[in-house]
Design a protein around this ligand. Sequence first.
Ligand code: ADP
Ligand code: MG
Length: 471
Amino acid sequence: MSNWNYSVFWDEALNQAKNELGEHEFAMWFNIQYDSSTENTIVARVPSSFYKDQLARQYQKYLENKLFELMGRRVGIDFIVVKPTRSEAAAVPPDDREESREEGSKGTEAELRPKEKDGQARTRGKHPQLRTDYTFENFVIGDNNGFASNAALAISKNPGTSYNPFLIYGGVGLGKTHLMQSIGNRVWVESPKSKVICITAEEFTNEFIQSIHDKTTQNFKNKYRFVDVLLIDDIHFLQNKLGSQEELFHTFNALYDANKQMVFTCDRPVSELKNLSDRLRSRFERGLNVDLQPPNFETRCAILKKKIEAGRISVPDDVIEIIAKNISTNVRDLEAALMKLVAYAELVHKDINLEIAQNQLKDVFSQSKHGNVTIDNIVRVVADYYKLSYNDLKGKKRTKNIAFPRQIAMFIARDITEYSTTELGFEFGGRDHTTVMHACQKVEERLKLDPNLESTIQALIRSIKEYSSKI
Ligand code: ADP
Ligand code: MG
């Protein structure tokens, strides 16, 4: 059972894709080669990180669904970049794929798993659950993540000893998953015998439920309680999942007692998670909790430059700056804008310049300014929080219990949208812009006096963004 050769299914999936998408589209994007498989993953080679990003973004789900139809089971696809221009062996140094292949194995699980007997890092292939590009080398240490990055580096040097657990929290697209997986990748390469597991909290939950169903909970427990490094992504998913919380609590204790490293990510501070058992919450808070903030302009430029370096495409500095200037909240959006531009330039065979950038990214830029966040959404969420009605907040009444929440709503609107005070005054019951300025001032004064208000406002902003992204 150790050979997982899915190449037949792969070929058929591509065949069907070619028929469905047409020769042209297929030829343009499907520059892929089957490399190898493990039980749950097919590794495919692509010639550049540009292809990799495009495939991951546009076709990965499509192909995975196709494979599911063909195989009757879910396998993921992992794209690895193997640059065709250099000698193959040099192109994938961390994986040492060619060496394994010379030993006669044909892309089987054997080459992806560590060979315990000779115990060399160089024979250790790709980790089946870790993305090869989520490494420290590819991660820009900037104003927003300095502490988190350094802690992560320290942990990967001495897992299980200093900060346990390590929990990274922050909004979407700020690099939590990347940083967490960097720890996994580093340990995986440097400690050839270490056992590393990386999963999302959702996968953990599903697998746990499945194990109950299959009466294999003991296997499940063994799998997670005997690892050296356990990485669990997006633990906010565990809210309301009491059974999985219970199971993770016991896993946690077993690993903690054995000095095994745990790393978690979460989209908010643990204190703001709801329906989470107190004992698990206190475990999460036990080690080191750090947050990632949105990067500043310099860091955004540095990240874009890093991505460009990896893809070997040329993008002039003024273009980098205009992207960094216009997209400020989230690194994922930053990357997506760059990718869109590169894709366009490749299609029309033109070099990227400022004019092309401005034209191509017009929509992206204006969207990122306002997002989906509207005044209406802000009013709804804030009214709901203070148990008032939408009309209360938008209306003219000035009783104290309404006036303050209204000021909060104005303050938040000023903070997270690009509306001017005049526009905001108009939106809030046709008031004057000085009313809005006064409201913001009032809230700022209160912020100095009331230490809890800051976190209330942050929580409201998060809810507003969440609410806005759903509608
Ligand atoms: P999160 O898990 O917080 O939602 P991800 O880790 O998925 O965010 O990051 C989103 C994208 O942004 C990824 O492609 C990641 O490589 C990139 N990214 C985020 N922060 C950085 C950074 N400091 N340096 C380089 N890339 C980054
Ligand atoms: Mg993530």
